[in-house]
Design a protein around this ligand. Structure first.
Ligand SMILES: Cc1cc2nc3c(=O)[nH]c(=O)nc-3n(C[C@H](O)[C@H](O)[C@H](O)COP(=O)(O)OP(=O)(O)OC[C@H]3O[C@@H](n4cnc5c(N)ncnc54)[C@H](O)[C@@H]3O)c2cc1C
Length: 320
């Protein structure tokens, strides 16, 4: 199989699509973890260029990987053989038409939160502290403070693995807790329906949620947010016992545990930080160690929320 690292692949891609094509781009620069080796990265200028890139990759039998702001993934130290299609400028529109807003996949969710709040439309304003893109928010069904993307999405605009445009209605997206079921597609945008509210109140809420984030989480340090999903537990569980992943990790006495350059945050136990040039291997080992110690003490198996990425861009499981 060819890889996106073949010199001829990038050269031919440049001739076919508009947008920036970088070879040997450090994926550490494309992820909030600041971890990951080199890859060929395309930042497409328009949706048609996404389709062109997917078709070019398919014809060359090269795998591809859709990337947003890299705030929920762990790239391999050796980099990727896949073509990375990074949604950003050019696909970042934020346009309101009454209660309907059309959002480009590359727009940052915190910016969408602020713009919609300022215009007096509620529903996405709570995403102010989720540092991902619109596309990543939809794919991950990201959420916080009781709000999730699935609450507002009306339809999702995608480019499928053959390079065809497809509009997927919300009911067919397959949203569930921190995931969707769109398959191997690139999300290029979404249409959401928001509710009209007083802008001053929305902006006040947005500001106080952002303050809470900054004070309660290691927000500005290299990390990927929550490492593990919250486990599903019996509703009538004793409230004195841990319930969230962070509570389990803290109650197991693992705050501050360090492997290589990766450390369990002292501020929030479900955040693992890159404190000193951590490798993906360090983070994976820390995840395994935390998971097995929590399991030994509580009998609960924590499942990753962060996407662990393999050499071809596939999602891999956390091995034991
Ligand atoms: C400090 C911090 C706090 C966070 N807090 C929260 C929180 O409160 N709630 C929460 O839910 N998450 C949180 N996260 C995680 C993360 O921000 C969200 O999951 C976010 O929605 C991911 O978006 P992204 O653009 O960074 O996606 P990426 O990390 O780039 O990608 C994540 C996955 O989505 C896929 N993907 C991304 N864009 C596209 C696209 N356009 N088309 C197809 N597939 C795509 C990727 O292939 C990958 O599988 C936090 C992260 C950090 C660093």
């Amino acid at each position: 199989m060819h890889t996106a690292r073949d010199a001829s692949f990038a050269a031919a891609l440049r001739l076919k699509v508009r947008g920036d094509v970088k070879e040997l781009e450090s994926l550490a620069r494309c992820s909030t973890y600041r971890i990951g080796g080199p890859a060929t990265v395309l930042t497409p200028a328009h949706a048609e260029d996404v389709a062109g890139a997917v078709r070019h990759a398919a014809a060359a039998a090269v795998p591809w990987f859709a990337l947003g702001l890299g705030s929920n993934l762990l790239f391999p130290d050796a980099g990727l053989d896949a073509l990375v299609i990074r949604l950003g400028r050019g696909l970042d529109q934020i346009t309101g038409r009454g209660d309907e807003w059309i959002l480009g996949a590359g727009a940052p969710a915190p910016l969408v939160a602020k713009r919609t709040a300022a215009a007096g439309w509620g529903g996405l304003h709570k995403m102010v502290g989720v540092p991902g893109s619109v596309g990543g928010g939809v794919v991950m069904n990201a959420g916080c403070h009781g709000a999730e993307w699935r609450d507002v999405v009306q339809s999702v605009h995608t480019v499928d693995a053959l390079g065809n445009d497809r509009e997927v209605a919300a009911a067919d997206v397959g949203f569930s807790y921190r995931r969707s079921n769109l398959g191997h597609v690139v999300v290029v945008g979404t249409t959401v329906v928001l509710r009209q509210e007083e802008s001053a109140r929305l902006e006040e809420e947005t500001e106080s949620l952002y303050k809470w984030r900054k004070e309660g989480t290691p927000f500005n340090q290299p990390c990927c947010g929550s490492v593990f999903k919250n486990p599903e537990l019996a509703r009538d569980r004793d409230p004195a016992l841990p319930r969230t992943s962070g509570q389990f990790i803290e109650a197991t006495g693992l705050k501050g545990l360090r492997i290589g350059g990766a450390e369990v945050s002292l501020m929030h136990a479900n955040y693992f930080l890159n404190v000193a040039d951590a490798t993906a291997g360090d983070v994976l080992e820390l995840m395994r160690s935390v998971r097995s110690r929590v399991h030994d003490q509580w009998g609960v198996t924590l499942e990753p929320e962060v996407k662990l990425i393999g050499a071809d861009g596939e999602t891999i499981r956390l091995s034991t």
